[in-house]
Design a protein around this ligand. Structure first.
Ligand code: CMC
Length: 442
């Protein structure tokens, strides 16, 4: 039988090394024994953006990008979207198993117990300019929670980890809704724990003077499914940030602030916002070829297309496309859908997108639904963050308890100057020495 090892011959020395293969991987640290001579640095692997490097063993979610498969804790995303609720899926992601009825009721109670925020948080949010981006408010406020719960630094304490998890999942919708109300100059609406997790979020967003806000059940369900679809996605940029910040044993609020900051980028969780801007900019179907031309010429990216892992249709995008029509039954059709469908049709026939295996991702249709529901564009990444908090906490706890994990500290390949000596300011030639780059990176 073939052995699960990799044999490497170092042609610099002629030496052979046999490295074990486990779970389809060699350990990068095994490469360090490969060196030209004792005392010389060992071999390292060079992997900018960690494209082909596993940084952890994880049991939370599974993706097969070739076949377009996503599972949380083994359960296909399609089944969860059809049969589960966001809170139940959050339990599954955080705890590893689907809850029994009593465990679910307890979990629901525990999350709802934590939907309120300290009144100082309200004042903290009020300190932002009226036009502050809600994602900026969310990032800052998540980090600020750390100052309210100093015991959160006890990350090795199970009870502390559990409480912070409930607090974060419970408070994210409240912070998100307060950020929105702030931008509109509207009074903040306190949580209504009679409503579902998602219904309460809609209430905090949209309640005006009525005594009780009653969310439309179709929209409430659609948003809940969208939350399920965004809840985790293995080692994406923000979850990797969560693990990285957490690896320094920073508390989970600081780590979530870091993760949310990563999510805020247009290549990650803000892509849904960019998609809607792009579709508005296109405006009509006859202008699609112009945009495709720009994307192919490298002038811009087709937002909501392409994925590091999926080289097939993103399964979340398939599901979201279906939900759109349920939502339109209530809200009326968002005209952007016609542009999006045509854009997808043209792109999926175009050699540029086909050869690079660029398909619609989760963000391509989600923004259209959010917009139809009256959720403002700037809130789209915030909605993503509410749902992804469950995944971040699960990934974080897994990292904290993993004996193999240490503080994240990658290597670099140094390509800068060799040793050189300080020249006093008045002796430096204006414009720089010939070998000095006048225009540096900053
Ligand atoms: N439009 C046009 N060309 C693209 C696009 C796009 N959206 N995405 C990738 N390409 C091209 C890229 O120019 C490159 O071409 P070439 O080989 O000629 O240089 C090739 O495809 C590979 O691109 P890459 O940048 O090496 O791929 P990546 O795996 O590093 O990037 C991505 C993945 C998602 C950042 C990228 O596809 C992208 O920027 N997409 C648009 C933003 C977006 O929709 N992001 C949401 C991702 S899903 C939600 C989430 O996880 O946050």
């Amino acid at each position: 039988m073939a052995s699960s090892t990799l044999t490497i011959t170092d042609n610099r020395t002629g030496k052979r090394y046999e490295l074990p293969i486990e779970h389809g991987a060699i350990r990068a640290s095994d490469l360090s024994q490969i060196r030209v001579a004792p005392g010389e640095p060992g071999l390292v692997s060079y992997d900018p953006a960690l494209i082909n490097t596993a940084t952890c063993k994880s049991k939370v979610s599974f993706i097969d990008g070739e076949r377009g498969i996503l599972r949380y804790r083994g359960y296909p995303i399609e089944e969860l979207a059809e049969k589960s609720s966001f809170l139940e899926t959050a339990y599954l992601i955080v705890k590893g198993e689907l809850p029994t009825t009593s465990h679910f009721l307890m979990w629901q109670h525990n999350i709802k117990m934590h939907t309120l925020v300290h009144e100082n948080i309200k004042q903290f949010i009020q300190g932002f300019r009226y036009d502050a981006h809600p994602m900026g408010i969310l990032i800052a406020t998540a980090g600020a929670l750390s100052t309210f719960y100093p015991e959160a630094k006890n990350i090795m304490d199970l009870e502390s980890r559990r409480v912070q998890t409930r607090r974060l999942i419970g408070k994210m919708p409240t912070i998100a809704a307060f950020a929105y109300r702030h931008s509109r100059g509207l009074p903040y609406i306190y949580p209504d724990n009679d409503l579902s997790y998602t219904g309460n979020f809609l209430s905090m967003m949209f309640k005006m003077t009525e005594l009780k806000y009653r969310p439309d059940p179709v929209l409430e369900h659609a948003l809940d499914v969208l939350f399920i679809l965004h809840a985790d996605h293995e080692q994406n940029c923000s979850s990797t940030t969560m693990r990285t910040v957490g690896s320094a044993h920073s508390d989970p609020y600081a780590s979530v602030a870091g993760a949310a900051a990563a999510l805020a980028g247009p290549r990650h969780g803000s892509a849904n916002e960019e998609v809607v801007h792009m579709l508005h900019e296109i405006g009509s179907i006859d202008r699609i070829p112009g945009l495709i031309k720009q994307a192919k010429g490298g002038e811009r990216r087709l937002m909501g297309f392409g994925h590091r892992v999926y080289k097939n249709y993103d399964p979340r995008a398939q599901l979201i496309k279906k939900i759109a029509y349920d939502v339109f039954e209530v809200t009326g059709k968002n005209p952007l859908i016609e542009i999006a469908l045509e854009l997808e049709r043209i792109a999926l026939q175009d050699e540029y997108f086909v050869s690079r295996r660029l398909y619609p991702n989760v963000d391509f249709y989600s923004g259209i639904i959010y917009e139809a529901m009256g959720l403002p564009v700037a809130m789209f990444p915030v909605l993503f963050a509410i749902a992804r908090t469950a995944g971040w906490m699960a990934q974080w706890a897994e990292m904290v308890l993993d004996d193999e994990q240490k503080i994240v500290r990658p290597k670099q390949l140094y390509v800068g100057h060799d040793e050189r000596h300080y020249v006093p300011l008045d002796q430096r030639r204006e414009g720089g020495a010939p070998e000095v780059e006048v225009h540096g990176p900053l």
